[in-house]
Design a protein around this ligand. Sequence first.
Ligand code: CP
Ligand code: NVA
Length: 307
Amino acid sequence: MPKNFITFRDLTKEEYLFLFDRTRTLKHERYRHRYQRDHLRGRPIAVLFSKPSTRTRVSFECAITELGGHAIIIHLGDSQWARGEPLSHSARVFSRYVSGIVIRHTKEEDLVELAKHASIPVVNALTDERHPCQVLADVFTIIERIDGNELGSQTVAWIGDGGNMANTWLEAAAVLGFGLNLACPPGYLPDEGIAKRAAADNPRVKFMGSPLEAVKGATVVTTDVFTSMGKEAERAKRLKDFKGYRVDSALMAKARPKALFLHCLPAHPGEEVTEEVLESPASVIFDEAENRLHAQKALLEYLIPAK
Ligand code: CP
Ligand code: NVA
């Protein structure tokens, strides 16, 4: 059975610790222009999109190239998938051609169905429910900065939409054991099942009444856009409902000294976060974006063993 990465719960803490170590090594090697071209030498990987992307598309294509493989980028709207070909057929067709599937798509249940019928790994590159590749890179970005300190000593404050990013932070806190304080506006809470399970597994997962409460004691503050892909029709309402949930310098000042600011990007400066915070020394947003590449290389190496 191939190993998939559809939710953050698909791997264990031990596997993550291995991946973070490997990510660090791959990052250092890349700075010395050393790649791992033998790993996927000549092997194609299908990278499928039914939503827009900048970082995910480029970081996966670079990762696959640097591992010696070839990325076949497919916009699902141009494929027979969009015309209703059964997923069970698409899964078996892809499995005959390529060594793995990376997919960004709306419905996560489609990824589960794909994985059920595929004989190759399926990697979630964002769904409406989750974004595990992003949080993999985000946690690595924190580890890089804490210099040997235990990840368990960290407390992440999540401010804003309880969407795919918040759901994934909940699962990451459950698996890795760091503290997570969430402040989400009423009506925009994370998935109830994901939240309940995370809180049961990790008593340091807490829902707070306000962003101010959430950042108290936080070593990391993070947020996401108010209007995710696919929610554009709700934008005007969301702008009203998210009033008071913008991360600004006053809020950052209430977190622990030297707290980091993370954002998966793309950001809307002035909306969910001020330009001042994005450009402040606390902000590690471009390290975070870069780390997508290194972390995904480690992930692909692990899920798709060399032949
Ligand atoms: N953070 C992220 O996934 O960015 P893209 O939408 O540009 O891929
Ligand atoms: N929550 C955002 C993340 C983008 C990387 C979205 O789904 O649009």
